[in-house]
Design a protein around this ligand. Structure first.
Ligand SMILES: Nc1ncnc2c1ncn2[C@@H]1O[C@H](COP(=O)(O)OP(=O)(O)O)[C@@H](O)[C@H]1O
Ligand SMILES: O=P(O)(O)O[C@H]1O[C@H](CO)[C@@H](O[C@H]2O[C@H](CO)[C@@H](O)[C@H](O)[C@H]2O)[C@H](O)[C@H]1O
Length: 479
């Protein structure tokens, strides 16, 4: 979010000052807070919108706030004792306000405000209050503006009023509310200026008639520039989509079938077909580019750079870095144009958990946000479709690593997935092994970093793949 263009009102600044000490305690405890483990040096208001006034018995405050956190310099950088500041993150918060909190809302408590304009209010996480979650749905049903917030919807989709809201309790990077098993509203937590691909791509796919992705029914954004906002200056905040009730998550389903000894190859093939259908629709909806030698080299350089950064953070990766680098060098050496070098918009973080199988057996893809840690502009660049294919291949490897390591299971699923993909795309991803290996390597490196940060117990899974991809034959025994 460009800081220069944003001038928070005095009102927003005063409201945040009132909440500041409470939010400093509460934010680091939230699953979606990216800056865990580092102190907060400052909270700054970006915008504050009272969707329900605090004078009402129950108020609802929409808050966008910037979090400043110091960052220790990398070990061995020679900068010991120098405290740099990590790039600031901007978060979306929905805060309920009441004089007293009923016991049923106790788990939502943020705290009691003692000073400033909100003094005397008890503030809490509004998403856990069905009344306030319901109000948000009402707001989405009515297009229009409210302060900096802009609500939009597809008027051809009926959104009934009064649907009962419940928060989704699964592990997720954002926060979602399910309304009456009919719609799901995803509220982006860490927000950046520009169109979020998780809104942009489902809208484009719906425009192309692609039924593999739930079509946005309503969405809302913040216009933070002082003048008329261009799409690049607006900030996507949330998207309401049909809820696929009773759908199976691909990860859970794969593990279940594997544990029962049932083949997953039929599903893997269907997933390959679904991925290729989505790729075809994205290529038809949005610009594609043919990558020349220089651009392929840039792609390979970026992969090598990500490897360097990951190896700095995760020492266990370092011995394999030279072997992994050969995958990126081979990519750069290939250069040249050909069908494999078409770049287009892709999912960006495709894995089994992003695939839902409806009770009728059809697969849908969700969560087009891309890898959350990357800048939005980078996530919206055209990329080789091999990126998504590699993501799914890695996911079969993850599922095969769960419990007893079954390399044969992963191999069968990988082959079935690629065959399914080829049935629709007309080209088997395995026809381009250098491209695929580079993307699988890049993904495995990302996963090493992801697991080291979020789930250290899972680190051996991508590390085993790293050993294999780096050409260390002992990898399979290491599982
Ligand atoms: N349209 C949908 N229908 C049913 N369940 C959904 C739908 N969209 C998301 N979900 C569920 O919500 C979970 C979180 O959604 P996701 O978009 O992956 O959020 P996040 O990016 O915050 O991790 C998914 O794993 C899935 O179980
Ligand atoms: O679903 P998110 O957008 O939050 O994606 C992140 O978390 C995923 C884990 O939940 C992570 O996926 C990795 O673990 C999966 C098994 O849990 C596995 O199927 C994937 O292949 C593996 O990459 C994803 O990388 C991360 O961005």
């Amino acid at each position: 979010m460009s800081e220069a263009a944003i001038h928070p009102s005095a009102h927003a600044t005063a409201l945040l000052a009132s909440l500041d000490p409470l939010l400093r305690q509460w934010l680091p405890r939230q699953r979606w807070f990216a800056g865990k483990g580092r102190p907060i040096s400052a909270l700054e208001a970006v915008a504050a919108t009272e969707l329900l006034p605090r004078s009402a018995p129950t108020g609802l405050l929409h808050l966008l706030l910037r979090v400043r956190q110091p960052m220790a310099p990398p070990q061995g950088s020679g900068l010991d004792g120098v405290i740099a500041e990590r790039p600031t993150d901007c978060y979306q918060l929905l805060i309920g306000m009441r004089r007293t909190l009923p016991p049923r809302l106790a788990p939502a408590l943020i705290g009691h405000v003692t000073e400033g304009p909100l003094a005397g209010q008890t503030v809490y996480d509004a998403l856990l209050d069905p009344r306030l979650a319901g109000l948000l749905l009402e707001r989405l049903r009515m297009p229009g503006r409210h302060g900096v917030l802009r609500f939009e919807r597809d008027m051809d989709v009926e959104i009934p009023s009064g649907l009962t809201a419940r928060p989704l309790t699964c592990e997720q990077s954002n926060s979602s509310l399910v309304y009456g098993d009919t719609f799901i509203l995803k509220l982006f937590r860490r927000v950046q200026a520009g169109l979020n691909p998780d809104l942009e791509l489902p809208l484009e796919l719906a425009r192309k008639g692609c039924a593999r992705v739930p079509a946005p029914a309503a969405w809302f954004l913040a216009d933070l520039a002082s003048g008329p906002a261009t799409p690049e200056e607006s900030c996507s905040l949330g998207v309401l989509q049909p809820y696929l009730a009773g759908a199976d998550d691909g990860w859970e389903l794969a593990l279940r079938m594997r544990d029962k000894g049932d083949a997953f190859t039929g599903e893997a093939r269907a997933l390959g077909r679904a991925t290729a259908e989505v790729h075809a629709a994205l290529a038809a909806a949005l610009p594609t580019v043919t990558l020349g030698r220089a651009q392929v080299e840039l792609v390979a350089d970026a992969m090598a750079e990500r490897l360097t950064v990951a190896a700095q953070s995760v020492p266990a990766l370092r011995p394999y870095a030279p072997g992994l680098l050969t995958a990126f060098e081979a990519l750069a050496d290939l250069g040249g144009a050909g069908p494999a070098w078409k770049a287009q918009r892709v999912h960006g973080d495709l894995h089994l958990g992003q695939c839902l199988r409806s009770p009728d057996g059809e697969w849908s893809l969700i969560d087009f946000e891309g890898e959350p840690a990357r800048p939005l502009a980078e996530r919206r660049l055209p990329q080789p479709p091999a990126r998504d294919v590699a993501g799914m291949l890695r996911s079969f490897d993850y599922a095969a690593s769960h419990g007893t390591w079954s390399p044969g299971w992963a191999e069968e699923c990988r082959a079935a997935y690629c065959s399914g993909y080829a049935e629709v795309a007309g080209r088997d991803p395995r026809t381009d092994p250098v491209l695929l290996r580079a993307h699988e390597t890049d993904k495995a490196v990302y996963e090493v970093l992801y697991e080291a940060r979020h789930r250290p117990d899972w680190l051996p899974v991508p590390l085993a793949a790293v050993r294999r991809l780096a050409g260390d034959g002992s990898a399979d025994e290491a599982h």
